[in-house]
Design a protein around this ligand. Structure first.
Ligand SMILES: NC(=O)c1ccc[n+]([C@@H]2O[C@H](COP(=O)([O-])OP(=O)(O)OC[C@H]3O[C@@H](n4cnc5c(N)ncnc54)[C@H](OP(=O)(O)O)[C@@H]3O)[C@@H](O)[C@H]2O)c1
Length: 238
């Protein structure tokens, strides 16, 4: 396993259910954390708990390419390239096709797909140049299989799948690793606003999902875990 101590790890969406659990474990492993959220207060509360320096926190909306580029420039100028980029941001708008609005569809695309594109475009170049680095994405099983009510969400996550795998092809002559974690239903605030009959008690816990990300961050240098699947027992979609 690769040691995480002093590794520069940037977590996008660190205040989310999975992002927070991942951050806690990475901190325990003495990683040097950089964290983002749109909500400064929540980010600062988490940073206080984990003792992350304030200048390593960034208020950032992934739908705004300018903000993403500014954060990337600030980190690269001051600290050099990040060793690991974890994209734990995302939105879940789960509605049947007749109920999906233009705004639902556009917002899903903006956060999940365009956000991932902006992040990759900003953070991949220094990794490509040094031929080193790791990117962990969370497309979820709905990036691979369909589900009723998930047309907009799955469209974005299938997109993330195609986007990240194509970028992987561009990085073939490097040791930059791109890992996709395909999670099934995970009990986080993601589900709070979703109107769908689900049994969250049977979901993967946020802690277990965070542990999976933490594990992936420690892949041995000799190989790549290109993907991992973690799903609830009662809903094994893959
Ligand atoms: N929970 C599941 O069942 C499940 C299953 C498979 C995959 N996933 C994926 O796992 C990732 C994390 O999900 P989660 O369950 O931890 O959800 P969550 O608790 O709702 O957290 C989502 C995170 O995304 C951030 N975010 C939302 N919109 C953003 C924007 N425009 N710009 C920047 N950040 C934004 C939020 O940060 P702020 O609001 O603080 O800005 C929050 O930290 C998502 O990509 C999700 O699709 C989740």
């Amino acid at each position: 396993m690769e040691m995480l101590a002093n590794k520069k790890v940037l977590i996008i969406g660190a205040t989310g259910g999975i992002g927070t659990e991942t951050a806690k474990l990475l901190k325990q492993s003495q990683a040097n954390l950089f964290m983002t959220s749109r909500n400064r207060k929540r980010l600062e509360n988490l940073a206080d708990e984990l003792q992350v320096p304030k200048d390593q926190l960034f208020e950032m909306d992934v739908t705004d390419s300018r903000q993403v580029n500014e954060v990337a420039d600030t980190i690269h100028d001051k600290h050099g390239q990040v060793d690991i980029l974890i994209n734990a941001s995302g939105v879940g708008i789960l509605k049947s096709i007749d109920k999906l609005t233009d705004e639902d569809f556009s917002h899903s695309l903006d956060v999940n797909l365009k956000g991932t594109f902006y992040l990759l475009r900003a953070f991949v170049p220094p990794m490509k140049e040094s031929k080193k680095g790791m990117i962990v994405n969370l497309p979820g099983v709905l990036g691979k299989v369909p589900m009723a009510g998930a047309a907009a969400y799955a469209a974005t996550k299938y997109g993330v799948n195609g986007l990240t795998k194509s970028v992987r092809e561009e990085l073939r002559r490097t040791e930059v690793r791109i890992t996709n974690l395909y999670l099934g239903g995970t009990d986080t605030p993601f589900w709070d606003e979703i109107d769908m009959p689900v049994n969250r008690k049977k979901f993967v816990t946020a802690k277990e999902a965070g542990r999976a990300v933490w594990f992936l961050c420690q892949q041995p240098n000799s190989g790549v875990v290109s993907e991992m699947v973690l799903q609830p027992f009662n809903h094994q979609a893959i």
